[in-house]
Design a protein around this ligand. Structure first.
Ligand SMILES: CC(C)(COP(=O)(O)OP(=O)(O)OC[C@H]1O[C@@H](n2cnc3c(N)ncnc32)[C@H](O)[C@@H]1OP(=O)(O)O)[C@@H](O)C(=O)NCCC(=O)NCCS
Length: 175
């Protein structure tokens, strides 16, 4: 039996989630960001990977706002941050987490998921270049790094593209 357990965050996970981010990123900014967003509230989906009683991975999805030029603003998901502890990296845990998170979002509102990250990593889950599809980001992301995943068929065709704004906590975290 695969001992890796993927599940939604529970109240007792908060310390373990902090630790995952601190170890994976080698600093506290991402752990602080997750805590701040949780404190501030809002719709989120938070998935952990547990291995033999220890949290070894975490991914957070929070809402982003899309601002098309001539149409009303609308809401989608943003994937960030995601982390796997270094002593368990490259074992497929990040991939399992991402796939489980995207699966959880199927039962939630919103049709698209945006991410800023390496396309060679996120492509395997079905992410496409958001820039090429007409979406803009606020962070001057390098070509290909700003990506989008379609949760509902035809969403990319039907929804009006625009500037994608992540929650303000992200800007505070990178400034
Ligand atoms: C990115 C991260 C979550 C991947 O987790 P993981 O459990 O090691 O990933 P997996 O084992 O599922 O996938 C490993 C594959 O991803 C690739 N990979 C891992 N990290 C990568 C990265 N930052 N960029 C591009 N590719 C990466 C590996 O080369 C490997 O490729 P292969 O399958 O072709 O051999 C993990 O390395 C991590 O926590 N990194 C530090 C934090 C971070 O950068 N998070 C992402 C941005 S929010």
């Amino acid at each position: 039996m695969n001992p890796l357990h993927l599940r939604l965050e529970r109240p007792e996970d908060l310390g373990g989630i902090r630790k995952v981010h601190e170890l994976a990123f080698g600093r506290r900014e991402e752990a602080d960001l997750v805590d701040r967003m949780r404190e501030n509230g809002g719709r989120m989906v938070s998935v952990v990977a547990e291995l033999k009683g220890r949290l070894v991975g975490h991914v957070l999805f929070s809402e982003v706002q899309i601002h098309p030029q001539d149409k009303a603003e609308w809401t989608a998901w943003g994937l960030a941050p995601m982390a796997v502890v270094p002593d368990h990296s490259r074992q497929g845990i990040g991939s399992a987490l991402a796939r489980r998170g995207l699966q959880e979002l199927q039962d939630q509102p919103h049709a698209l998921v945006f991410v800023l990250g390496d396309p060679s990593y996120y492509r395997r889950f079905g992410f496409l270049s958001a820039h090429q599809l007409g979406y803009g980001d606020e962070y001057e992301a390098p070509k290909g790094a700003f990506q989008v995943f379609e949760l509902r068929p035809k969403a990319l065709k039907e929804l009006p593209a625009g500037l994608v704004k992540f929650r303000p906590e992200f800007a505070d975290a990178v400034s």
